[in-house]
Design a protein around this ligand. Structure first.
Ligand SMILES: CC(C)(COP(=O)(O)OP(=O)(O)OC[C@H]1O[C@@H](n2cnc3c(N)ncnc32)[C@H](O)[C@@H]1OP(=O)(O)O)[C@@H](O)C(=O)NCCC(=O)NCCSC(=O)CC(=O)O
Length: 531
């Protein structure tokens, strides 16, 4: 007889007094906390994974966890389930604090039915989600479950439906963070996709709609679990996961860091902290970091590091669509979302994936009152058949739509070049940026000078005695006439041309001015954003 089977009976004994009943309660609780068996715990550890309770301990402030429905059991029958009715039904739910602020949590216990979701398990999750929404506090799920509990059939599937509906209702109301800590198949992978952030751990966590066996049966493709849906795949190729780490401890510590940058809900601002980094700190080094020649690459991450408080920032989707950077950082203690082209990767062009990545980030910032700072150095959208056939028009439109819809403070800075539609999309003044700045090195134009001269002076170049000399002359003229910041500044299309060394101070002052910004969108049920 297994320990699981031992847990099926009613509490033993008949305590006669209150003390006896309390002792009995502690006994039952101890049994619930211990879980199925030492062997099951060892098996979990042997896979390089922590147990659900160990994970919750890492996530929450010490001693703050308050469990809900610890003594819940399923009432399902058939397939031997009557004989296996462990406390918790395979998921631990409750709330606690992270740096003193309330956070709700649910954690699958893989030792019980492989963490698979049955009816009771699901309704425990529903309850904790409802509590998080009512309390206006973030929800963190620690996922390590095998999807729908096969023995419970459609009841399990319906349980997922209830989670998805709550995920969607909570979207933009409370931050939702999914931490993937084991093999998560089917239903267990859909819910995280509806949440704001997905964390994964290399080697031990996977996400897929169907596992390698089904893939092989249907398409004939042979692939391992990690090759199909491991952390690196989702962090670099699919973009399903925002953060990937080597071990659970680091992963959960980073979840705590992310929470420290987010508000409790959409009615609050992110927490502000005291900042020792001077608001008016000059950054003369910026001129060395960014080459004046628009064709030379450089690392935008270094620019961000130089400008933000103490050089600290948390990059979201660090390894997916690396031609654009999305990061949370602080400026004079206030949290900001930074979106920046990365000239070091694909020259910083906007393509399908970069547009999707930045669009989701802009949406998240707007939902949770995080001001947006955009650093532009963009040669345009990536031309090509693949991009056009892949739907760059509708994907690029997602970014445009997200910016146009955002009512949080929005500041943009053109570092070097900003060409064409990409300039408009990346929070130009014309789509509603509150303040736009440019460095004196910048070139805002419909396209680069070479391309422009080839189009508008085509005849003069062709008719010239020395076409190449004529082309060079026209390029020079076009540059002198149009491609400098003062053309835009004279027309009020940028609010100021600033000394790069003063960027931090200008941004801090601008954010302070915009702190109480309030903007309403026209009344509507909801928009119909491009998909
Ligand atoms: C998740 C796994 C990769 C984990 O493999 P491991 O080798 O680590 O562990 P394991 O196979 O020994 O499983 C541990 C224990 O959990 C049980 N177990 C596993 N999956 C289960 C499930 N879905 N329902 C009920 N019990 C389940 C096993 O019987 C075993 O029980 P014991 O310890 O008693 O022996 C694998 O178990 C697996 O592929 N499970 C099936 C996943 C799946 O197809 N889920 C349905 C998705 S459909 C869905 O969710 C809806 C949809 O999208 O269509």
């Amino acid at each position: 007889m297994t320990v699981l089977e031992e847990t099926t009976g009613e509490p033993a004994g008949e305590p006669t007094d209150a003390r006896g009943r309390v002792a009995e309660l502690h006994e039952i609780r101890a049994q619930a906390v211990a879980g199925p068996s030492e062997k099951a715990t060892e098996a979990q550890h042997a896979k390089g994974k922590l147990t659900a309770r160990e994970r919750i301990e890492l996530l929450l402030d010490p001693g703050s966890f308050q469990e809900v429905e610890q003594l819940r059991r399923h009432r399902a029958t058939g397939f031997g389930l009557e004989a296996k009715k462990p406390y918790s039904d395979g998921v631990i739910t409750g709330w606690g604090t992270v740096e003193g602020r309330t956070v709700f949590v649910y954690a699958h216990d893989f030792r019980i039915f492989g963490g698979a979701l049955g009816e009771a398990h699901a309704t425990k999750i529903h309850k904790i989600m409802d509590m998080a929404i009512a309390a206006g506090a973030p929800l963190v799920s620690l996922n390590d479950g095998a999807g729908a509990r096969i023995q419970e059939g459609v009841s399990a599937l319906a349980g997922y439906g209830g989670i998805f509906q709550r995920n969607t209702r909570a979207s933009g109301v409370i931050p939702q963070i999914s931490v993937m800590l084991g093999p998560c198949a089917g239903g267990a992978a859909y819910s995280p996709a509806l949440t704001d952030f997905v964390f994964m751990v290399r080697e031990t966590s996977q996400m897929f709609i169907t596992g390698p066996d089904v893939v092989k049966a249907v398409t004939g493709e042979e692939i391992t679990q990690n090759g199909l849906g491991g952390a690196d795949v989702h962090a670099e190729t699919s973009g399903v996961c925002h953060f990937a780490y080597d071990d659970e401890e680091t992963c959960i510590a980073e979840v705590r860091y992310l929470l420290s940058l987010l508000p409790q809900n959409n009615r609050e601002n992110p927490p502000r902290v005291e900042c020792a980094d001077p608001a008016d700190r000059r950054s003369d080094v910026l001129l060395d970091l960014v080459p004046a020649d628009g064709n030379r690459p450089y690392d935008m991450a270094k620019v961000i590091e130089e400008i933000v408080d103490d050089g600290e920032y948390l990059e979201v989707h660090e390894r997916w669509a690396r031609n654009i950077i999305c990061a949370l950082a602080r400026l004079d203690g206030q949290v900001v979302g930074i979106i920046a082209n990365q000239p070091q990767v694909l020259a910083g062009v906007l393509d399908i994936e970069a547009s999707e990545k930045a669009a989701r980030f802009v949406q998240m910032c707007d939902a949770f009152n995080v001001p947006i700072v955009t650093f532009l150095d963009v040669p345009g959208f990536l031309p090509g058949v693949d991009q056009e056939h892949g739907g760059i028009i509708r994907h690029g439109a997602k970014l445009l739509y997200a910016y146009c819809n955002a009512t949080v403070p929005r500041i943009s800075l053109i570092l070097r070049k900003a060409y064409g539609g990409a300039y408009i999309v990346m929070d130009s003044q014309s789509i509603g940026a509150d303040l736009t700045y440019a460095w004196p090195t910048n070139e805002i134009a419909v396209m680069g000078a070479e391309g422009a001269a080839n189009v508008i002076f085509r005849r003069q170049i062709a008719d010239a005695e020395d076409p190449e000399a004529m082309r060079q002359k026209m390029v020079k003229e076009y540059k002198a006439e149009l491609m400098h910041p003062y053309y835009a500044a004279e027309r009020g299309l940028v609010d100021d041309v600033i000394d790069p060394a003063e960027t931090r101070e200008v941004l801090v002052k601008s954010l302070a001015m915009l702190q109480s910004k309030h903007a309403d969108l026209p009344s509507r049920k909801h928009g119909n954003p491009p998909q």
